[in-house]
Ligand binder design. Structure first.
Ligand SMILES: [Zn+2]
Length: 253
C-alpha cells in the first residue's frame, strides 16, 4: 500500500545509477533529514524528474514511503547552481561540501540550519563568486559548530586573556589560547589576531553574514589550515573529495 504523500524540499548530495533508468539519491531535507530516495526513470531524457535528480539540484519534492525507502513522486527544481557546475574547481570544492554534509547528517534529524548552510555556501561560490578559500573555511567551521563541535574562542581558554598572546587554535581540545598557554596533547594551529577575529565572526554572526568578513591572504591561509585540521581531527576521517580538490589546486600555487 502506498503511504501518504509528503511535500518537502531537498538538495541532492549524491546520485547513484541503478537498474534500468532509475537513480538512488541521497537528499538533505529540512524536516526528514538525510534520506535515500528512489527516483524511478530519472535517467530518461523525457523524465519530469530528470533535472531534480542530479547532484546539487535543489528542488521542491513530493515523496512517499515504500518499505524502508522514500520514492520520488514529483519534483519542481528551484536551483541547479549552474555557476558551480560550470567551473571545474568550484564543482570539486562543492563535491567536498556535499561529502562533508553527508558525513554529519542523518535520517530523521531536523536539518533546516544545515541545509541553509550548504545552500548559502553553494550560492556564495557559484553566484557571488566569493573567494573559494574564504567560503571553504567559513563553511567548515560553521558546519562543525552546528554539529556540536563549536570551539571556545572568545579569549584564551587557559589564562582568560581577551586578546591571547600569539593566539593558537588547539584543534584537538577545540579551544583558542595563547601560544604559551597551550596544553600538552593538543595540536596548536597558529592564528593571528585578525584570523582570530574572523574565527569569532564565523562562529557568532547571523547566518546571512557568514561570508561578510575580510581577511588578507596570509591570514586567511592560517585560518584555512586550522579549519581543515579541525575537521579532520574532530570527525576523525579524511575526505576523498577534499584530497582531489587540493590536487587540482597545487599547480597554481
Ligand atoms: Zn593565555
Amino acid at each position: 500500500m502506498q503511504s501518504a504523500k509528503i511535500v518537502t524540499s531537498g538538495l541532492v548530495l549524491r546520485e547513484t545509477e541503478t537498474k534500468e533508468a532509475d537513480k538512488i539519491l541521497t537528499v538533505l531535507t529540512p524536516d526528514l533529514g538525510k534520506i535515500a530516495l528512489i527516483a524511478r526513470g530519472a535517467r530518461r531524457r523525457s523524465s519530469r524528474i530528470a533535472a531534480a535528480s542530479q547532484l546539487l539540484a535543489y528542488s521542491e519534492l513530493t515523496v512517499y514511503k515504500k518499505g524502508n525507502w522514500y520514492m520520488l513522486d514529483e519534483a519542481s527544481t528551484r536551483e541547479l547552481f549552474d555557476g558551480v557546475r560550470q567551473d571545474f574547481a568550484c564543482l570539486s570544492l562543492a563535491s567536498y561540501f556535499v561529502e562533508l554534509t553527508e558525513a554529519v547528517s542523518g535520517e530523521g534529524e531536523e536539518s533546516q540550519q544545515l541545509l541553509s548552510l550548504i545552500l548559502n555556501a553553494l550560492y556564495a561560490l557559484g553566484t557571488l563568486k566569493k573567494d573559494p578559500l574564504q567560503v571553504k573555511t567559513a563553511f567548515e567551521l560553521r558546519l562543525l559548530a552546528l554539529c556540536g563541535f563549536e570551539p571556545l574562542c572568545d579569549g584564551c581558554a587557559v589564562c582568560g586573556a581577551e586578546q591571547p598572546e600569539a593566539p593558537v587554535f588547539d584543534v584537538v581540545h577545540g579551544v583558542v589560547c595563547c601560544r604559551e598557554c597551550r596544553e600538552e596533547g593538543g595540536l596548536a594551529m597558529p592564528l593571528s589576531l585578525g584570523a582570530l577575529a574572523a574565527l569569532q565572526h564565523i562562529l557568532y554572526c547571523p547566518p546571512k553574514k557568514l561570508y561578510s568578513f575580510a581577511l588578507d591572504t596570509p591570514q586567511l591561509r592560517l585560518l584555512g589550515q586550522a579549519a581543515e585540521a579541525f575537521v579532520a581531527t574532530q570527525l576523525e576521517r579524511s575526505f576523498r573529495t577534499l584530497d582531489f580538490y587540493k590536487s587540482i589546486l597545487l599547480p597554481q600555487e
